[in-house]
Design a binder for this molecule. Structure first.
Ligand code: 6PG
Length: 471
């Protein structure tokens, strides 16, 4: 039997909730469950019993009854949609719980909400944990990557259970306590931001091969399958290989061709960008990915624009090796930009984030798991010039050899009219950063001209004004 300090409950038996509940039961822990709709609880009991896990399960008709019936100390995991449903569940639980009890929000919460909830719940003498869980349904069932925010004591109480249910990388759990209050949910949000960027980069490379070179999805899928055995090895590249080679039963053609090209988003990519900008950071690859999803959803406008402006898409013919290198360089920049946001947040919220550890717990279970993360954790354990991942010697070497290919791919795409905002976003970041003197001297001059904003002189004097203000 699994051992943990608290008695466990889980509220919200949707796809992710029931998968996580089965995972907990499977690891030998007793579990109380409840759901807003009662029939779902009955269905879950049947499913758990079929899997031989029914004896450790205690079903309840609703959340209040579950809280009342559970022996103390209680740790109740909320697996409900982010936002108002979480607040509603907390409002019901707080009066029913007491000292020593814990509420765990395991959804994709906005970390600002998690910080607020931590304060209000802990003011009532309870403990609150904001827990990021990545890996989709399969991860939740068989081992997700888990990012925990809260007090070290709260972490200590749930750690045996979390370590047991988490994905394992070479035997070690891909779960850890990352910092106080919203740290876990923030790291999960940035994980999703990187996920958005990686998915967009893949889609752009696919677009060039498909629309620029006229290759079939299945042929391109084979290329991704091959890449998954090299430096680009990752879950997202692996599933892209599978998806592109899949056939639609009704048409007999590629499965991707029957899918409307309008991307959805629940908010985490957008939150990453919003929080980055608030902290004076920017992440061109993630911004490009969020924007591309937004533009894709404007199908009617795109149809009209193609008619009015013409939808020129010329031929692009480059070797696969160029695409591979371009994608690798841009992927490195996407990860580096994600970690820059984490660094800014760690300072702003005093979380003391351990970046090497974060890279380690992303190596299995989560959606962005990739070969690169091993190198990233190693880089963070060494000396980084200016603390910057993209300047670590191994990444700088890779970038130096791959950037020419990224230029060729981005250049060819732009000339032929294929949109590649994430690839070019990555390149713009590198080109900006790799110039010790850029052109914002002129921006500063303009600011001073129209608003007397003042500028820093190259000799170090601040608050200087240009000759345009001389009498
Ligand atoms: C994960 C995923 C998961 C999910 C998000 C993002 O890490 O398991 O990121 O949390 O896919 O909901 O979804 P959207 O693309 O809908 O924003």
């Amino acid at each position: 039997m699994g051992e943990t300090v608290a008695n466990l409950g889980l509220y919200g038996l949707g796809t992710m909730g029931s998968a996580l509940a089965l995972n907990i039961l499977d690891n030998g822990f007793g579990l109380h469950v409840a759901n807003r709709t009662h029939s779902v609880v009955a269905d879950f009991v049947t499913e758990a019993s079929k899997a031989g896990l029914g004896d450790r399960l205690t079903p309840h008709n609703d959340l209040d009854q579950m809280a009342r019936d559970m022996p103390s100390p209680r740790a109740i995991i909320l697996m409900v949609p982010a936002g108002a449903p979480v607040d509603a569940a907390i409002a019901r639980l707080v009066p029913l719980l007491g000292q020593g009890d814990t509420i765990i929000d395991a959804g994709n919460a906005d970390f600002n909400d998690t910080r607020r909830r931590t304060e209000t719940v802990e003011a009532e003498g309870l403990t609150f944990i904001g827990m990021g869980v990545s890996g989709g349904e399969d991860g939740a069932r068989n081992g997700p990557s888990i990012m925990v925010g809260g007090t070290p004591q709260a972490w200590g109480a749930i750690r045996p259970m979390i370590d047991a249910i988490a994905a394992k990388f070479e035997g070690a759990p891909c779960a850890d306590h990352l910092g106080s209050d919203g740290a876990g949910h923030f790291v999960k949000t940035v994980h999703n931001g990187i996920e958005y960027a990686d998915m967009q980069l893949i889609a752009e490379v696919y677009g060039l091969m498909r629309n620029g070179a006229g290759r079939s999805p299945a042929q391109i899928g084979q290329v991704f399958e091959k890449w998954d055995k090299g430096a680009l090895q990752s879950y997202l590249v692996e599933i892209t290989g599978v998806v592109l080679q899949a056939v639609d039963k009704s048409t007999g053609g590629p499965a991707v061709d029957v899918i409307q090209d309008k991307a959805g988003q629940k908010g985490t990519g957008r939150w990453t960008v919003i929080e980055a900008l608030k902290m004076g950071q920017s992440a061109s690859t993630i911004e490009a990915a969020v924007a591309a999803r937004g533009w894709s959803a404007e199908k009617e406008t795109r149809i009209a624009a193609q008619g009015i402006l013409g939808g020129h898409r010329g031929a692009v013919s480059l070797p696969d090796q160029d695409y591979e290198k371009a994608f690798l360089a841009a992927r490195i920049i996407a990860y580096a930009q994600g970690f820059r946001i984490l660094a800014a947040a760690s300072d702003a919220y005093d979380w003391g984030l351990d970046f090497a550890r974060i890279a380690e717990i992303w190596r299995a279970g989560c959606i962005i798991r990739s070969a690169l993360l091993d190198d990233i954790s190693e880089a963070f354990r060494g000396d980084l010039p200016q603390g910057q991942l993209f300047l670590a010697s191994n990444f700088a070497d890779t970038l130096k050899s791959a950037i020419p290919a990224l230029r060729r791919v981005a250049g060819a795409a732009i000339s032929a009219g294929h949109p590649v905002p994430a690839l070019t976003g990555a390149l713009a970041f590198v080109d900006t950063m790799a110039q010790a003197r850029g052109t914002t001297d002129l921006v500063q001059a303009q600011r001073d001209f129209f608003g007397q904003h003042g500028f820093e002189h190259i000799d170090g004097r601040t608050g200087q004004h240009g000759p345009w203000w001389d009498a």
